[in-house]
Design a protein around this ligand. Structure first.
Ligand code: B16
Ligand code: MG
Length: 246
């Protein structure tokens, strides 16, 4: 028998059905700008004579620009002014590269899922840590799908804090417990769970062990499929917590 107090806490945080709102992360879910972020950071790191590899880049997934730079610099100490200059320089390199994005750079299934959710009357928000998110969705030709955009400018505390997703759910007027988040980063899954939302991982299961469910990409996902699968997760969780109480 487990501690009923922790069971009660989990119950409170269990999201609800039906799904009424969908919040999409951008990089790694709708498009793959992580390669472009990597090239821009790599150029900066080379200029600064700091070692930075593709493996190091994995840790920057979903993390804000500032946090990313601090991770890249490791224990190298620099002034706030120089930090700001480096962030601006990296962003110039990144902006140059996103100017080439077109609708062809959407990841598989993105357009179809956005269309399906719209047709089903689901409110849709973007929930991206990127301050460039609006330009990216503009270049991808998908801005008309979104009822709200929550980006790197919207809140102070970035993922894994729940603030960005809570802000997005407020903007679309849907209770957080009826929202589903699509995320490729562990930090984003944590943020969705703390916000009390359904957390759907996009990418390898190993990277996203705490998500409610994980898909390789958005291909083939519809509201109907999602609702069926999340109902099973919900039933299973309710069953397990009831067993713990008795
Ligand atoms: P920016 P997401 C994140 O996008 C990226 O995954 C992350 O690598 C980047 O540092 C962050 O945006 C901030 O981007 O420098 O453009 O403001 O996954 O939250 O859509
Ligand atoms: Mg992402």
């Amino acid at each position: 028998m487990n501690n009923p107090i922790s069971t009660e806490m989990n119950q409170t945080l269990l999201p609800q059905l039906p799904i009424m709102g969908a919040i999409f992360d951008l990089d790694g879910v709708l498009t793959d700008t992580s390669e472009l972020h990597f090239r821009a950071w790599k150029k900066l790191a080379d200029e600064e004579k700091v070692l930075f590899t593709r493996k190091d880049n994995e840790a920057l997934r979903g993390i804000s620009r500032r946090e990313s730079l601090l991770l890249i610099l490791k224990d190298k100490v620099v002034s706030e002014t120089y930090l700001q200059e480096m962030m601006a320089r990296k962003n110039r390199y990144y902006i140059d590269s996103i100017s080439t994005l077109t609708p062809k750079d959407l990841l598989p299934g993105s357009q179809e899922l956005l269309e399906n959710l719209r047709k089903e009357g689901i409110k849709i928000a973007l929930g991206s840590a990127s301050k460039n998110a609006r330009s990216v969705i503009g270049s991808l030709g998908i801005e008309h799908f979104f009822d709200a955009v929550a980006d790197g400018e919207s809140v102070l505390n970035q993922k894994p804090a729940p603030d960005l997703f809570l802000y997005a759910s407020k903007m679309i007027g849907i209770p957080s417990s009826n929202c589903v988040v699509f995320e490729d980063a562990a930090a984003g899954i944590e943020a969705a769970l703390v916000a009390g939302m359904w957390a759907v991982g996009i990418g390898p299961q190993m990277r996203l062990p705490s998500a409610h469910m994980v898909f390789n990409n958005l291909e083939g996902i519809t509201l109907k499929i999602l609702s069926t699968l999340l109902t099973r997760v919900s039933d299973l969780k309710t069953h397990l917590s009831t067993e713990n109480i008795h």
